[in-house]
Ligand binder design. Sequence first.
Ligand code: 5AD
Ligand code: SF4
Length: 446
Amino acid sequence: MEVKNRRKYLFRTYGCQMNEHDTEIMEGMLNELGYAPTTTEEDADFIIFNTCSVRENADNKVFGEIGRMKNLKRSNPNMLLALCGCMAQQQTVVDRILKSYPQVDMVFGTHNIHKLPELIEQAFLSKETIIDVWQTEGEIVENLPRARKDGLKAWVTIMYGCNNFCTYCIVPHTRGRERSRSFENIITEIKQLKDEGYKEVTLLGQNVNSYGNDLEDNVDFPTLLKEIDKIGINRIRFMTSHPKDFTDELMDVIKNSENICEQIHLPFQAGSDEVLKRMNRKHSREWYLDKINAIKNNIPNVALSTDIIVGFPGETDEQFEKTLDMVRQVEFDIAYTFIYSPRTGTPAANLEDNISLSDKKRRLQALIQTQNDISKKKNLEYVNKTVEVLVEGYSKTNTDKLTGRTRTNKVVNFFGEDTLIGQLVNIRIETAKTWSLEGVIDNDGK
Ligand code: 5AD
Ligand code: SF4
C-alpha cells in the first residue's frame, strides 16, 4: 500500500522509559496493522496519549492537550483519540474523561496495550468512549512487535509493577504488583538484539533488584545480569534500583563483568531519617551512605545518579538541609529533583501538604544549584582523559558535531565523519560543561 493512503498515527508520550518502551510496542503493533507514523496532528487519523501520573503537573498537561484536541476532532471527525498509560489506571481520571472529554474514543490501561487492535475495532463500531482498564494484575504478554528506532540502543523490560509502596508514589497503584518476565524470554530477546547489531541495552523495571522474587525458578537479578553479560552486547545498563535491595552480590557482578556499565541510578528521595520513615522508604540515611561507599570502593570511576523529592509533608528546613548535605557528601553526577506533589489514592495524600509552594520552590532551587556545581566538578574530572563513546548521530544543539555517550552515560560532542555513527570511538575530552563534554577523536588513545 502507498504510504499516503495508509491511516496515520501519532503518539504523545509522557513520563519514564517504561512508557517510552510501551509506545515502541504500540507503534510496532500499529505498523503491523498497516498504519504509518506521522509527526503532524492535522495529518493523524489516530492520536494516542501515553500518559504518566507520577506528578500532578503531568496530569494537568495531558488534560490541557486533550482539551485542545476537540477542535482537531471537529475538522477530522473520523480521527480516533486514545488515552493510555498510568493516568488511565486511575478511576478519578476515567471519571473526568467520561464527564468532560467526549472527544476521547478510548481509554486503556498499562496492561492492556496488547489489546490495541481489538480496541481500535471496538472504537470504530461504537459511539461511546471505550474503557478498558485493568482491575487485577495483568498477565505478561510476550512476542509483541516493537518499533525500535535507532538500531543501536534498546530498552528491555525485565519486570512490571512495584511492591514497595513508598507513601508518595502512585506507581504500585497504577502498575500493580511486581511481575517478572521469564529468564528465557529476556535472554532470547537480548540475543536477538545482539544479532541485529544493537550495541546497548537498558534493562527496565520499577525495582529491577527484586527481579525473580515472584518466579518459581531460582533466578534473581545478579544471575540474570551475569547471563546477559555473556551475550556480548557492548553496554548493559539497568534502572531503577532500590537501595534496600542493592546487594553486595550485585556489586560483585557489576565489578567482574565485561559489559555492564559503571553507572548506577539509586534514588534516595530524602536525607532525613524522619522523612524517609514517613515516605516508607525502608532504608535509613546511614544505610544509603554505606551502600554508596561500598559501590565507590568496588566499582572504580562509577557514575552515580539519584532521584530526590523536596517538600514532602512536614519536611522542616532542618530536614531539607540533610538532603543538601547528602548531595554534597555523595557527589552524584546527576540528580533528578522533584517538588512533592500529592497523588490521590496514596497514603501521603492524606497528610497535610503544609509546605508552601514558594518554600518548595526555594528548596528545589537550592538543591539544583548545589547539584549543578557538583555535576560540573564531576565532568571536569574527565578533562584530558580518553573515554569510549558510542556515537549516536549528530548533536541536536550543535548540528555540525557528532554526539554520543560514555559508559558512564555522559554526553560527548566532537567533530567527526558520519561513518562513525553506530561505532565505539575513543575521544579525548578537552572541555567540560555542566551537562556535557566536548572532545576530539583520539586514535591512539586509551
Ligand atoms: N511527587 C513528587 N515526586 C514523585 N516521585 C514519585 N512520586 C512523586 C510525587 N508524588 C519521584 C520520585 C521517583 C521519581 C520517578 O519520581 O523521586 O523516584
Ligand atoms: Fe514508587 Fe517507591 Fe516503587 Fe519507586 S520503589 S516505583 S518510588 S513505590
